[in-house]
Design a protein around this ligand. Structure first.
Ligand SMILES: CC(C)(COP(=O)(O)OP(=O)(O)OC[C@H]1O[C@@H](n2cnc3c(N)ncnc32)[C@H](O)[C@@H]1OP(=O)(O)O)[C@@H](O)C(=O)NCCC(=O)NCCS
Length: 203
């Protein structure tokens, strides 16, 4: 198990999170963290049986402990990001009720962003280009009045279900595939899309 190194956000929020230890679980398959995470998901009703937690544990990214007690977990799902039509790292998290509003979810998100950016850079064949947060809880909708979070993550639109979507582009990201002769970005739109973006005079 590894504790992440200090980042600028640690310094800003140190007072509020000093007793919390953050651990990177991404791609480690750490038996203890997996077990703790499955227990927290059971307790919080996210899964009905422990067996359902096994595939979910493979997606663990950064977790937060208060001593030996796991207090928050985050997962990353790697799959296409609907609006941008590239593969993204999709962030989700849950924080124990007693530990909410102490900046823990924010720390998890920022640490997952950096962890997955490094991983994506080291694994270019997976072609993962961005870090995505879909806001699934109404509690955070007031925060969605701001289009940019922490100068990193930007609002890009809504899912079909009307949920706000925020994206951070990895520094090494690119859009489209130079090798694909059919690829055209503007003004015809993304590959396979209808030319809704075309100007009326045909430009
Ligand atoms: C949503 C959840 C992850 C937030 O965790 P948290 O650790 O309390 O969040 P943070 O303390 O990092 O707060 C993040 C921001 O959201 C705001 N926020 C958090 N909970 C809020 C609430 N209930 N109402 C209004 N704003 C809230 C904070 O003020 C903060 O805003 P800021 O960055 O402008 O200061 C947590 O409540 C939770 O686990 N909920 C159940 C599962 C869930 O909904 N997961 C997320 C799906 S998107």
């Amino acid at each position: 198990m590894t504790t992440t190194t200090t980042t600028p956000s640690d310094c800003v929020h140190k007072a509020r999170t000093a007793e919390i230890t953050y651990k990177v679980a991404w791609q480690k398959n750490d038996v203890q963290i997996n077990e703790d995470a499955i227990n927290i998901w059971m307790e919080m009703g996210a899964i009905k049986a422990k067996s359902q937690g096994v595939p979910r544990a493979k997606m663990l990214c950064v977790v937060a402990y208060d001593g030996k007690k796991l207090v928050a977990v985050s997962t990353i799902g790697v799959y296409p990001q609907e609006q941008t039509m590239v593969k993204g790292s999709h962030f989700r998290c849950v924080v124990r009720p007693a530990y909410r509003k102490r900046n823990i979810a924010t720390e998890l998100a920022l640490r997952c962003l950096h962890t997955t950016e490094e991983w994506s850079k080291e694994n270019p064949s997976f072609k993962v280009m961005n870090f995505t947060i879909t806001i699934e809880t109404q509690a955070l909708f007031p925060k969605c009045r701001k289009p940019t979070w922490h100068g990193l993550v930007n609002f890009i639109g809504y899912t079909e279900q009307g949920l706000p979507v925020y994206v951070y582009w990895y520094k090494h990201a690119y859009i489209g595939d130079e090798q694909d002769p059919d690829y055209s970005f503007y003004p015809s739109g993304a590959p396979g899309a209808s030319p809704v973006g075309m100007l009326q005079n045909g430009m």
